[in-house]
Design a protein around this ligand. Structure first.
Ligand SMILES: *Cc1c(COP(=O)(O)O)cnc(C)c1O
Length: 237
């Protein structure tokens, strides 16, 4: 094992132990919580190490970087898009992504549906695209996400197409808001969404610094970068 592989293996063991402890504290089963490894800014070799260690879900936030990385990693992993997405990137994203967690407008949903259909016609993919709608917990439009009161309209936009499968809801705890308060609000919105759209069972929240709080509020998918791979420095979000 290389030094880097040993380092990542130790980090992964720590993260898995944190998830397990948080589930235990919340009276939940660890099987209810998926670990998404966020590999943005890190090389394909790190993604391959994670895959070799049994991580099945990898996430990226930029189309161009992700497309290249996904092409390089030859392993049975699922790729997730978690970053802000322009509609003109939809055609490219559906070539590598199994799931897009950052769908925040009906127009983006429509562009992705068209892109999946085109990719199918071109023989580039066979499966529909799994989709999470991204919620903006504090309603600040600057950082992406759909305002909470517009989520039902967005979810309707997603289920309109048989090329998209509505799987749930994703959010990032806003800066300057206590994570527990943020996840509490998100959990109640997620519950309402699930009542109207029964397939929307995923609640994607919790990152390196707040995964315990997120699991306590019902997260089914934590997205972890720094705690697995190290710091990304200032230039990269
Ligand atoms: C980068 C990123 C993460 C991972 O954040 P860490 O703090 O490094 O764990 C999770 N979710 C999204 C949407 C991200 O962009």
């Amino acid at each position: 094992m290389t030094d880097r592989a040993a380092e990542i293996a130790a980090n992964l063991a720590d993260v898995r132990a944190r998830i397990e402890a948080a589930c235990k504290a919340a009276g939940r089963s660890p099987e209810e919580v998926r670990l998404l490894a966020v590999t943005k800014t890190f090389p394909a070799s790190d993604a391959a190490i994670l895959a070799g260690l049994g991580v099945r879900d990898l996430a990226e936030n930029r189309d161009q970087e992700a497309a290249a990385k996904a092409a390089e990693v030859d392993a049975p992993v699922r790729w997730h898009m978690v970053g802000r997405l322009q509609r003109n990137k939809a055609r490219s994203v559906v070539r590598w992504a199994d799931e897009v967690q950052s769908v925040d407008s009906p127009r983006l949903a429509e562009a992705l549906a068209r892109a999946v259909a085109a990719a199918r016609d071109a023989g580039e993919r066979t499966e529909p695209l799994d989709v999470l709608v991204q919620a903006s917990i504090d309603g600040d439009p600057a950082r992406g996400g759909c305002p909470l009161d517009r989520l039902p309209e967005l979810a309707h936009g997603v289920i309109r197409s048989s090329d998209l499968r509505l799987r749930g809801i994703m959010a990032v705890a806003p800066l300057g808001m206590e994570p527990r308060a943020a996840f509490d609000r998100l959990a109640s919105v997620a519950g309402e969404l699930r009542t109207e759209f029964p397939t929307a069972r995923e609640l994607s929240c919790g990152m390196s610094n707040d995964l315990e709080e997120a699991i306590d509020y019902g997260s089914t998918c934590v997205r972890v970068g720094t705690a697995l791979l190290g710091g990304r420095g200032l230039a990269s979000p």
